[in-house]
Ligand binder design. Sequence first.
Ligand code: ZN
Length: 462
Amino acid sequence: MADITPVLERADANLPKSLDRLFDLVRIKSISTDPAFKAECHTAAEWLVAELNALGFTASVRETPGHPMVVAHHVGARANAPHVLFYGHYDVQPVDPLNLWDAPPFEPAIREIEPGRKVITGRGTSDDKGQLMTFLEAVRAYKEVNDALPCRITILFEGEEESGSPSLKPFLEANAAELKADYALVCDTSMWDSETPAISAGLRGLVGEEIVIKAADRDLHSGYFGGAAANPIHILTDILAGLHDETGRITLENFYDGVEETPAQIKAAWDTLGQTAEKFLGQVGLSIPSGEKGRSVLELTWARPTAEVNGITGGYTGDGFKTVIAAQASAKVSFRLVGKQDPAKIREAFRAYARSKVPADCSVEFHPHGGSPAIHLPYDSSLLNTAKMALSDEWPKPAVVIGMGGSIPIVGDFQRMLGIESLLVGFGLSDDRIHSPNEKYELASFHKGIRSWIRILDALAA
Ligand SMILES: [Zn+2]
């Protein structure tokens, strides 16, 4: 591996100009959800294309039915180095309520918020313009020093991430051959804290299911029929209550097939992060973990599957009182999946279990509401461990591999439509106020983020 010190030094020297360029991009009001800013979204895409072309990429604005994509290609110098696809988004959230901003949202500035701690303020500084510019500036430093890039790079910037990405799937489908790479680098996530970089490796999957229990052919008087006629609310709540045993485990047949125990060294790393049930649940007024006993809140939300009842209806719930036995009752139930749990099998196991609890003279209906498997970079993946070491070289504390309780659609789209895995690395902090007034990005996130990508690209290419 070549010595990257000169490249890191170049990034340091470039920093004032790198900030100027970020400020130029932040000044463009690329609010994707508001049609009034359609032209500005286009301007942002054109600005990026001009920057990328100046860096030696072959870049173009690619029109879609909505806001355009930016696609750019650059060859790499090292034979056998991987081909990476970098993803970010140039669109931003609306800025209202404007009166809550301490400074105009599209006039970026650097402010010292406490001694020695400087932040870049403005809409999009963290989500996601500051983040995507860390990569561009890393590429710039590399190019300036070596006159080449360490590996082949394709860039995809979208302009509709903040408004549901309606054009993304069709675009990936139509351009799959062009965008296909060995893996994707996605820069739209956060660090664990200001000293600890994070790689988000696990995204839980989801199965949504609505269940409707039907009993009598009409609502009944509970004095006349009560005690003899089946009550669908009782049947339903019995089904729902039986989903967990007294240890918090889910009782469905073969539910835990494909769920692996988190490796001990990963759990040990999570234990060093200082997260406790009191802290995590305290922010919502709770303190006692629910779910499986004997597992930390990080493990419960990052690495374990769940069954949750999200809504339940039935009978009379209006003012006053009505002594009725309802004709039907329903609930919406969702399962978060991990590992190799199969959404179709989980759905079938739930249905079989529910059917077994319904009396022969009643009926049950199911309505599916989507299903997607979990996505997980294996803990022993070389992509993950190379990035982990590169990040640990840059930051005060070693990088931590974390999970995410929810899902990030782009990662699933890349996997399904391009057949590639994604490495999620970002330098945001949880207090960046993304989507809110007074969004900021730490100056250290921007500067060390640039240096981090230099290290990651170099390590991946080696
Ligand atoms: Zn974002």
